[in-house]
Design a protein around this ligand. Sequence first.
Ligand SMILES: *Cc1c(COP(=O)(O)O)cnc(C)c1O
Length: 447
Amino acid sequence: MDTSQLIQLDRRHVWHPCTQEKDHEDFPPIPIARGEGSYLITPEGERIVDAVSSWWVNLFGHNNPRLNRALREQSEKIAHHIFAGFTHEPAVEISRRLVEKAPEGLTRVFFADNGSAAVEVALKMSFQYWQQSGKPGKTRFVSISDAYHGETLGALAVSGCDLYRQIYQPILMQGFQVAGPDCFRCPYGLHRDRCQAECFAPMEQTVAEHHEEIAGVIIEPLIQCAAGMRMYPPVYLEKLRTLCDRYQVHYIADEIAVGFGRTGKLFANEHSGTSPDILCLSKGITGGYLPLSVAMTQDEIYEAFYDDYSSFKAFLHSHSYTGNPLACAVAVEVMNIFEQENILENLKPRMALLDHARQRFEAHPHVGEMRRCGFVTAIEMVADKKDNTPYPWQERRGYQFFRKALAKGALLRPLGNVIYFMPPLNIELDVLENVVEVAWECLNDVT
Ligand SMILES: *Cc1c(COP(=O)(O)O)cnc(C)c1O
């Protein structure tokens, strides 16, 4: 297929995710033929730096020789088999490795095959736990404003991004949504470094008032990625852990985006020294190779489902591709790479490079803030810097930015007015430097 034929057929048959297809009339999808490290490569050989890790999944570059080998070797044994009543070494091994590294107490691994599914598992597991533990009134979940937990109906119900959720409102389960942290526009006027999560008050109040109806609180630790890389301090999570303990409410941590090194530690909860009751992981788990997710939990939850068959306490959730061996084998190799290639230590010079650019960006008349948490960095464009007035969404500055950056060889896909860098963890320093330059030029162009 030549490129024009490919695009023509794509336009005729394919429906792309998270896209107004009409936008493709004057800006068709870009065919990718290959990948190499931090680059996506078109059929014509044009190289595009993947500065968003292909939707936050890629950890160690495209076409990674070690991950390729793990995949190939497993594919020569078996690609997939039923996971009910059967098991395999890659699933057992990745479970063991995750338990070893995850926050304390998370000893059980339940497999699913994408992030939203892991969230569904967490919600159902929490709900069923209380049904079987003498507290059947605990049926609702608490989430925070602008939360993002995926697109399936259960996950959407606990999400707060109206853009994805509003239209489905009539078919979503009802929970509690409380105002979450918003450090950039802090309503308490506090500086990030000095705050004690004063904004935790609405969460505290809701849980205190309604705990008898509340099964769990679900939250994205430290960074609300889809909300525009909103970052907040670990003390919020410490308070949440204490609150959940006090009122017998599950703390469900959605580390689907921030897990696997993005925050500078393997898991974001490590920054606060807290352990959730249920931890959802996906995205980076296979380094961006194959769909896989897990919900990890504690013995106490596992045991509430463990009984004679006739008790009907089993957790009957399943997906056809649960615990896929190819995905698990690649996930094991991801853990090997973290350990053997000093990935987290090597983030330091990369983070320093981004910090170095901060003064310049923050001096820009249309940058409200440049913030970083681990290896996630965001630049918030504003119309007016005096009171951080956002640009109206109708102007689609982020979309303009995306197109301009592509023309300069970088995939940067802003979230509204927020430009961000979330590249593979091992991106070369000079490539990263180049991406920062592209961002600077495009920022000037679109503001
Ligand atoms: C991406 C994401 C999800 C959903 O994962 P999918 O694999 O896209 O279904 C859930 N929660 C967070 C925080 C995410 O970033």
